[in-house]
Design a protein around this ligand. Structure first.
Ligand SMILES: C[C@H](O)[C@H](O)[C@H]1CNC2=NC(N)=NC(=O)C2=N1
Length: 117
């Protein structure tokens, strides 16, 4: 466990992006389409509320190393992926529960994942 409390982390995030932790804005349709166009490999979930991508690696060790790197940045950003791993495959879904849909946090995390893969 780290030293800072959950409220402290929320306050820190609030200071960083100037938004209240619970009122992160949902992307507009135009923002969502622009984000998707800049994220090859990611697709919009049928309900339009999440983006998805399947990553494939050489083996389980590579897949799990990727998940470990993602977990560290996700925890730091307090924004967590939904994912499913079998051996060398990692199926990822990104959505923002606090926004009931997509937010810029999903786009940022998708870019970080692409950078790690
Ligand atoms: C209290 C805490 O800040 C929230 O529950 C965070 C945690 N991680 C999260 N992850 C995702 N994907 N969406 C959220 O809205 C979210 N909210």
């Amino acid at each position: 466990m780290g030293e800072s409390t959950a409220p402290a982390k929320q306050a820190a995030r609030k200071g960083q992006d100037g938004e209240h932790a619970m009122t992160i804005a949902r992307l507009t349709d135009a923002e969502r389409d622009a984000a998707l166009a800049s994220l090859p490999g990611w697709t919009l979930r049928e309900d339009g509320l999440a983006i998805c991508r399947t990553f494939r690696f050489a083996d389980f060790a590579q897949a799990f190393a990727f998940m470990t790197r993602v977990a560290i940045v996700a925890e730091k950003a307090d924004h967590h992926p939904e994912w499913f791993n079998v051996y060398n495959r990692v199926e990822v879904t990104l959505t923002t529960h606090d926004a009931d849909g997509l937010s810029k946090r999903d786009v940022a995390l998708a870019r970080e994942m692409d950078g790690f893969a």
